[in-house]
Design a protein around this ligand. Structure first.
Ligand SMILES: [Zn+2]
Length: 563
């Protein structure tokens, strides 16, 4: 009991502290004009909860971005995927603002980031910057918006983090003016049969209830039932749908589940795989918020719960259930119904243990003649029966297909797969472990070789095989040829691609000196923008470009040009 009180007090404390901190801020908007969001904090994304808000930039690249408060630039990060080009500004009020998918920095940041790229001889950088080197005042122009990195349409990804622990905080809790008078909607209710202990079993026994207006029906449930809802929030002026801020469930007016998306630790963002009904998501992309908590789901956004949100009734007992969904502006929607424990377990199929029991609170291993797998402790949300089998070798693969459980069981941490080296003349560095996607295509994993086995870490269970990549990447010049003259053109551009394992490195040298080629992975382009490395002297220059894939297949291209 004391422990519960202590935990409760700590929670209240943390929440209050955060509120106080938020009240001490007065951020300016990062974009001019009205702010329109296309994505909000806590959205259910593949393998993560969204850690910021996405702001519309009028469908275009190049909208000016402004510092939301006085502060210093504490980090510049450039990735081909992920955040693309990003800048972090640390403020005095205890928060850091983050701006991502940028197309171009302002002059000062552009010069600085380029100096780091040249120093590291790398397009990708992640540089921590000491206080005082680059500072901004509130409202200063810092960069142009873009579509770099893992962004599929121009927008600004904007985050606010607690500076001390980097926890992302819901930006809509601050004073950004986003008009929201619309109420969230619950589209569907689901009941999950939890009579069997293992969570994998409920997945075959889900009943959806379409939501009609003023639903007061009685719903038949099992003696142990979990609820799930499909629900979205909406805001004024835009058509997008958003994630709710808060979901709570009451059984006979007692709160049994409360999920509030205020702030969390980055290390927790993969809990989305347990929060949603992962199997339904993998089968038909429907995102259902489960209103009950799996045994090894320790996500801090569950602010309170009783019996993990599971409704426990004796036979024919009834309970009044109330589900409330709120947005950050306190618009709310409510669903009330009576639940009665009348449903019997569907069938007769006694639960014969087909597989090997894997436990969430220990390390798990599986070893046979062909493969070994290693699942770290706490990689699973619940215990499950692991299954394995293999099927015939496909023509272009080096081994048979190994079915390592299936893609419907979620993982919180990656697991390690080792596959025994088959009889082959192909050298080890050209061989990778590959996993089948749902469309039947293979994706190469970053593979190493040790003591007779190829090994890789995988984020998902599924079907694996070994495949060789002996084909070199290709380089296609876009605007350069032997003797080309660059007079008005400000760049040299290539298209590059690889058949299977993917581009690992790309380096360009002009007259023997490394120059910065920007890699756009979505467009498969490598671009060098003329800079002080290649002054326009109407003289001859020599360019050499070398690219390699993950299997050490290397292609190079040499050309002379005039600039
Ligand atoms: Zn985003």
């Amino acid at each position: 009991m004391t422990k519960i009180i202590v935990i409760l007090l700590t929670l209240i404390n943390i929440t209050n502290l955060l509120c106080q901190d938020i009240n001490n801020t007065n951020f300016a908007p990062p974009l001019k004009g009205n702010l329109y969001i296309s994505g909000n904090f806590g959205e259910l994304r593949p393998n993560h909860f969204h850690t910021g808000i996405d702001l519309k930039t009028g469908g275009r690249i190049g909208k000016e971005i402004f510092a939301v408060d006085d502060g210093y630039v504490s980090r510049i990060k450039i990735q081909t995927m992920g955040y693309g080009k990003a800048v972090y500004i640390t403020h005095k009020n205890g928060f850091t603002s983050v701006y991502a998918h940028i197309s171009k920095y302002n002059k000062e940041l552009e010069v600085y980031s380029k100096s780091i790229q040249y120093k590291n001889k790398s397009y990708e950088i992640d540089e921590q910057i000491p206080e005082g080197l680059i500072t901004f005042k509130k409202g200063d122009f810092i960069a142009y918006s873009g579509n770099t990195g893992n962004s599929f349409g121009p927008h600004l990804h904007f985050e606010i983090r607690k500076t001390e622990n980097e926890h992302p905080v819901n930006p809509l809790l601050f004073n950004f003016k986003i008009t929201d008078t619309k109420t969230p909607k619950i589209l569907n209710l689901y009941t999950y049969n939890l009579n069997n202990k293992k969570s994998v079993d409920y997945k075959t026994d889900i009943t959806p209830y379409p939501i009609t207006k003023n639903k007061t029906d009685t719903i038949n449930i099992w003696e142990n039932t979990g609820f799930g809802i499909e629900c979205y929030d909406y805001v004024d002026y835009v058509k997008n749908k958003f994630a709710p801020y808060n979901i709570s469930v009451y059984k006979n007016n007692i709160l049994i589940y409360n999920f509030t998306v205020d702030n969390f630790n980055f290390a927790e963002k993969r809990y989305v795989n347990s929060h949603i009904d992962y199997l339904t998501y993998k089968k038909n992309h429907k995102k259902i918020h489960k209103l009950f908590i799996e045994p090894n789901n320790k996500f801090s956004l569950y602010k309170s719960q009783r019996n993990n949100g599971i409704i426990k009734l004796t036979n024919k007992e009834t309970a009044n259930i109330k589900i409330i969904v709120k947005d950050v502006n306190e618009n709310k929607t409510e669903l009330n119904f009576v639940a009665i424990a009348k449903k019997k377990n569907k069938s007769t199929k006694t639960n014969t243990n087909k597989g090997i029991l894997m436990k969430y609170n220990t390390e798990n291993t599986f070893v046979n003649d062909d493969i070994k797998i290693f699942i770290p402790k706490n990689a699973l949300y619940d215990n499950f029966d692991f299954e394995y089998y293999k099927t015939a070798k496909k023509q272009y693969n080096l081994t048979t297909d190994y079915h390592i459980h299936n893609k419907y069981t979620p993982l919180h941490k990656n697991f390690r797969v080792l596959i025994k080296k088959p009889e082959t003349k192909i050298t080890n560095s050209k061989i990778v472990i590959a996993r089948y996607r749902s469309n039947g295509r293979l994706v190469a994993l970053d593979t190493k070789f040790l003591e007779g086995y190829f090994y890789a870490w995988s984020s998902e269970f599924g079907t694996f095989t070994l495949k060789a990549d002996t084909i070199k990447p290709t380089i296609k010049p876009v605007n350069i040829y032997e003797g080309a003259k660059f007079i008005n053109d400000n760049k040299i551009r290539f298209k590059i691609s690889d058949n299977f394992s993917g581009i690992k490195s790309y380096n360009g040298y002009i007259n023997g000196k490394w120059v910065l080629f920007e890699y756009d992975k979505k467009k498969n382009t490598l671009t060098y923008y003329f800079d002080e490395q290649v002054p326009a002297l109407k003289k001859d220059y020599h360019l050499k470009l070398i690219i390699s894939d993950f299997c050490k297949n290397t292609t190079s291209y040499s050309v002379n040009f005039i600039h």
